[in-house]
Design a protein around this ligand. Sequence first.
Ligand code: HEM
Length: 180
Amino acid sequence: MKGMIFTEFMEMVEATWSQDMVDTLIARSQVPSGGAYTSVGTYPHEEIIALVAALSQETGVAAPSLIRTFGRHLFSRFALGYPRFLQGMTCTLQFLAGIENVIHAEVRKLYPDAELPTFEVEQAPGSLTLTYFSDHPFADLAHGLIEGCIAHFGENIEVLREAIADLPGAQARFTLTRKD
Ligand code: HEM
């Protein structure tokens, strides 16, 4: 997993809790990298899971909720770090319709070693369905990123999340419906 995901996570922990909390998570999770993440490095995705588990133990907040909160935060950081992806985008549904063929396709060009998920996209007037496929257990991260995107555009959009049992590799389906 790209280092920027780790550095953003650590920055969120420091801003929300403290630098001491960052140090505690590294010590408690015993991550093989020792927690010295750089944004250009690449690290096992299991490390972020271990860090979130440690944060959950320290704070009493459930891990899925922490990952989802991180997803919302991460979207605001992506919006600052990759402004050109949002250029000309006027709404959530327009932006997210391009998650697979535009956004992550561009990310793959920038970082050929990125381990990106796959989204199956279905569009309908006033709504969008994203089906999340990945080898990684990050449906909560996707959920938070979607919510962060909606907050970015300041829209009133309902997100319905369903677990998927019958489609190999698919973990969740998000149906977004515009409410205004
Ligand atoms: C400007 C917007 C975005 C950028 C620049 C971006 C970029 C990235 C990058 C660099 C990674 C890490 C890949 C790796 O670690 O190897 C990633 C992973 C991921 N992205 Fe995006 N992304 C964006 C928007 C979104 C949105 C809106 C969603 C949700 C619909 C999303 C869902 C995910 C998920 C779930 C992962 C974790 C990897 C996995 O599940 O297998 N991303 N993205």
